[in-house]
Design a protein around this ligand. Structure first.
Ligand SMILES: Nc1ncnc2c1ncn2[C@@H]1O[C@H](COP(=O)(O)OP(=O)(O)OP(=O)(O)O)[C@@H](O)[C@H]1O
Length: 694
């Protein structure tokens, strides 16, 4: 490292605004030094020196005079030659974010600024100096009150790079707020008296990072493949299978239009600059697992493209209520008691350094409907918009936030090879069981379709292990067999073994209906979590194992319950609609069918109704809009109830066929046992709203 003497030419010394931090009797200067050229340079080694104030080379005033007199913010502006802040010594391009000291100063005096500033007084100057754009002020003007406008202004300011602070100081000084400028130049209260806010902040961020990593390693390192069997745990590395994924430019493009299918690599998501990446896929396809794997890999430090992130926040969208994105992140930070007091400082770091942050938002479809628009707005206004972000959702979800996505991927689940690998890993030593199940899946076309979904694959393994007997041919059968299996185990545990499947389910039918009603209410409110009093009437079922308590809520006196998986909540909702008198009504069906949040419910409902499914399809014909998504859903519903000709005839006019979706062929391929006279071509050509129903 080069020596820095007191004789060093001060103009060549690049002075960071941090140097304004003053200890009694000393000036603290942070110097950057290029080892090779021995010329100061922002990129190289940073040296912090303390110079007695009376020997400070620029000191023109006695040591007793105020610091501000000697360290005027204007000195730090590029156009002042006396500042030593020349473009060559301190190129703006080399610093892209606000200095942490400055961020801390604004944060420490935020209340005072919010109390007295009127944003319009500094508007012109901030625009003139190129620190903010007119669009920023349009955005600020949308806030209702003066104080909220200042809050918004300060949030934006924190993201406007290294010149933002000095320019703001000058604006304050020249346009009626010199007292605020003076105040900002004093060390803010939260870093006062410490060895500089920078060092402290770095420590805080490191602490926060380590704690997040610990949390992800312990929470996501082990998985419990069978939700109702806590004793059976596998390590993520052991069980995680690389699923197929396709890349596209935007969402809702059908997989055939997208680039070829890959075996997924995390690098693709985060190799480019900050962007918002969408991963879309149906129920149980592995979106949550992918999010856990990314958080886990970041914590392990094994994946190169994740190393650039100082902090990674995994947001489970169904667990939060939204005042704002800031509140969501702050809550995650505050969950760690060790950094409880420093939450605001960490948030400031996040706001000022979004390119070092990854936000994973898992399950956008699970955000409650009234919050969707608010959340999208809050995200677009928040500094996190410039962070890396990954959003997962089911395809049927519709949320304005999806418009913010720059890239889209569709998770397709297992390939034949990965399924085989997964099943062998699941059964580990028991090769015979693995081979037996694989054999059964290969020889049964409907089953092999079901098994490519990772959640279904897990359930099939569990069923195979349990009875090595009949395997389901439809999704509905898979879930009813699973529930039967759980109920049977429950009766065995309490000493009342029961062999007949029908008897098992008949015994608990009423309880399942009551539970289904709770599940339905939950879905209507987009809610996965239930409090104990809501479940008072169904205590038995809690022990059956369809519900589990959140581990994160261990400290709460009343720990909330949730279904083992959202698909189980959806199946039970369908059970309630199919089996109860209040559920089985045209009004209920008419409410459920057009609701995108009830996509899976429709599939199970058709499967449970079977011979009574014509009520469902008659209603479908009346209420469901025509779209490709609706076409696919209708085909899945038909598949579940093994349709006969009349059923297909009822629903045929509901399909939209604009040439790209050949209904007749699709129906023929899927339901080959239906006489073709029921499948006469129905061509709907939708041009300018004219639908031809020949
Ligand atoms: N990559 C994978 N490797 C092995 N098993 C997986 C994988 N992905 C998912 N699974 C299994 O499937 C289950 C369901 O996956 P996950 O909860 O991630 O689905 P999801 O797409 O988030 O579903 P939903 O939209 O219903 O919330 C997991 O608990 C796990 O057992």
């Amino acid at each position: 490292m080069g020596e820095i003497s007191e004789e060093e030419d001060p103009v060549l010394v690049s002075i960071d605004p941090v140097s304004r931090t003053v200890w009694p009797g000393f000036v603290w200067i942070r110097l950057s030094f290029d080892v090779q050229t021995e010329r100061p340079n922002q990129n190289w080694i940073v040296v912090v020196i303390f110079i007695p104030i009376d020997r400070y080379p620029w000191a023109e005033t006695p040591a007793s005079s105020s610091v501000q007199d000697r360290f005027h913010p204007r000195w730090l502006q590029p156009d002042n030659p006396a500042s030593g802040y020349s473009e060559s010594a301190f190129p703006a391009a080399e610093r892209t974010t606000m200095d942490p000291w400055e961020a801390a100063s604004i944060r420490g005096h935020r209340t005072e600024i919010v109390q007295s500033l009127r944003v319009q007084d500094v508007r012109s100057y901030m625009i003139q100096e190129g620190v903010m754009d007119p669009e920023h002020f349009e955005d600020i003007e949308c806030e209702r009150t003066r104080a909220l406008k200042v809050e918004r202004f300060l949030d934006i300011l924190a993201t406007r790079g290294p010149r933002a602070f000095p320019v703001f100081l000058t604006a304050l000084e020249d346009f009626g707020y010199p007292h605020l400028a003076d105040m900002l130049l004093r060390a803010p209260t939260d870093v006062d008296g410490c060895l500089g806010g920078v060092v402290l902040l770095e420590d805080t961020i490191a602490k926060c990072r380590e704690n997040l990593k610990k949390r992800y390693l312990s929470e996501y390192g082990w998985i419990q493949p069978i939700p109702w069997n806590p004793a059976f745990r596998l390590h993520l590395d052991e069980v995680y299978t690389n699923l197929a994924i396709v890349e596209g430019k935007r969402r809702s493009v059908s997989a055939d239009c997208m680039d070829k299918s890959y075996s997924f690599q995390e690098e693709w998501l985060f190799d480019d600059g900050p962007s918002c990446v969408l991963v879309e896929g149906p129920a149980g396809i592995g979106k949550t697992m992918l999010c856990h794997k990314i958080a886990y890999d970041w914590a392990q430090g094994t994946v190169h493209s994740l190393k650039k992130f100082k902090l990674v926040f995994l947001v489970e969208m169904n667990k939060i209520s939204f005042p704002s994105m800031k509140d969501v992140i702050v809550k995650i930070i505050a969950a760690d008691e060790a950094v409880d007091d420093e939450v605001e400082a960490i948030w400031d770091f996040v706001s000022s350094n979004p390119e070092q942050i990854l936000v994973i938002m898992d399950g956008l479809d699970e955000v409650r409907s009234p919050h969707k628009a608010k959340m999208a707005e809050s995200f677009s206004k928040s500094p996190l918009r410039r962070a890396f972000s990954l959003i997962t959702t089911r395809p049927e979800s519709n949320c304005p936030l999806l418009r913010s996505c720059d890239k889209a991927y569709i998770l397709e689940g297992h390939t034949v090879e990965t399924l085989s690998k997964f099943i062998k890993r699941y059964f580990r030593e028991d090769r015979a069981s693995a081979d037996g199940l694989l054999q059964r899946i290969r020889s049964n076309t409907p089953l092999s379709g079901i098994a490519l979904n990772p959640l279904n694959a897990v359930f099939l393994c569990a069923l195979w292990e349990d009875n090595q007997g009949a395997l389901p041919a439809t999704l509905t059968q898979l879930y009813s067999t699973l529930i039967e299996c759980l109920v049977r185990r429950y009766f065995e545990r309490i000493g009342q073994p029961c062999s007949e499947a029908e008897l098992v389910l008949a015994d608990v039918r009423n309880v399942l209906v009551t539970l289904g009603q709770v599940a339905f209410r939950g879905l209507e409110e987009n809610r996965m979590v239930f409090q104990e009093p809501e479940l008072e009437d169904i205590p038995n079922l809690i022990h059956v194992g369809l519900l589990a308590q959140d581990t994160w809520a261990r400290r709460l006196s009343q720990r909330p319950w949730r279904f083992l998986h959202k698909t189980i909540q959806e199946y039970l909702t369908a059970y309630y609609l199919a089996e109860s008198e209040q559920g089985f009504t045209v009004e209920q069906f008419a409410k459920v069918i057009p609701n995108p949040d009830m996509y899976m419910v429709c599939i199970y409902l058709a499967g449970l109704l079977k011979d009574r499914a014509h009520y469902f399809f008659e209603t479908w014909k009346e209420v469901r809009e025509k779209s490709e998504l609706a076409n696919n859903l209708c085909l899945s519903c038909l598949h579940e109830c093994a349709p006969h000709g009349e059923l297909v005839e009822i629903v045929l006019p509901s399909f939209v066929d604009d040439g790209s979706f050949d209904v007749t062929t699709k129906l023929k391929n899927r339901f080959y046992n239906i006489p073709t006279n029921y499948l006469r071509p129905v061509r709907h050509v939708d041009r300018g709203g004219q639908v031809d129903r020949r």
